[in-house]
Design a binder for this molecule. Sequence first.
Ligand SMILES: *Cc1c(COP(=O)(O)O)cnc(C)c1O
Length: 382
Amino acid sequence: MSKDLVSFIQDLYGTNGRIPLHEPFFDDRDKELLIETVDSTFVSSAGPLISDFEKKIAEYTGSKYSIAVVNGTAALQISLELSGVNSGDDVITQSLTFVASVNAILQCRASPIFIDVDKETLGMSPESLKNFLEEHCEIREKGCWNKKSRNYIKACLPMHTFGFPCEVEKLKTLCRKYKIKLIEDAAESIGSFVKKKHTGLFGDFGILSFNGNKIITTGAGGMLLTNNKKNAQLAKHITTTAKLPHKWNFDHDIPAYNYRMPNLNASLGITQFEKLPFLLKEKRRIANHYKDWGNHNGYYVKDESRNTTSNFWLNTLIAENKKQRDEILEDTNKALIMTRPSWTPMHKLPFNKKFQKGSLKNTNWLADRIVNLPSSARNVKN
Ligand SMILES: *Cc1c(COP(=O)(O)O)cnc(C)c1O
């Protein structure tokens, strides 16, 4: 059966050779501005292109403020820190995510709590979150008290999986009620919206990633989004060594990070951003091809959920069972087509086994069935 999928993908990308999962898309504009940037000598964390890129992202997403940093994980860590997450606190996240979400929590010396995802959105399930909070938590003066761990739950970190938005409005209502800060891991979802609002703008912070495998890339890079002026100023301050502005003096008021995105990377950000509308159109076209193929061949290929716009970053087939999933992975990879299963769920990683979790029924079900399909915008037929 999955032989059909092999020839379909080979036809889509016009080759019997290697087909990567997700290649970056570069053109002469990227190279030209990179050379100009090198010639300008401003290659590190000072330079005009960094704030230019920040402005473009703020304007596109509708975020009041945006702070460019070295990668998405750093953006997550800073968002958590500025949300008051400290050693001995709890942070709720989903188990079906890339390890960066959890690493950022652990970098703050906090404990993750793993909540189930929704089968339809692939993102954090509002119902599972509600069940967990009702069973284990008490709303106190100081915040959300976890009766089991005897810690405060300071933040909730849902993720928009593969670019498909989760039900973030419902999550927000729950977080408000329980006095929990909401941080959206929108690393995979630039160009994805809930109704007309860009992902990453629903909570206290949102973060984007510009890693080489995302829709647009700065090589490595990330962006913090927030509508709160004070948080934006603090984020800029602690990601730029907390240097106090002065013409020549080097004064710093707190220990801080060197997390500013370099100008060289921001150069790519500027020229990649110009291509975003084109890339989003291409992604939607590829997704439509996959969905048509799925409809004709009896496979479920993930589509947009109600009231959402997806960027279709990584197309996702949900196999009927683990056996079919494994067959698809075998057949496609043997034909040099790079398909991938979901990440190992976070609660199954050895260093995460000790942490609290809700029922993870959907997470385990999906982890046995997800197949990510090649989704590069390059060399794809019409
Ligand atoms: C890519 C990604 C990140 C951030 O990754 P960086 O490589 O640090 O930019 C975070 N979370 C998720 C879900 C991701 O896919």
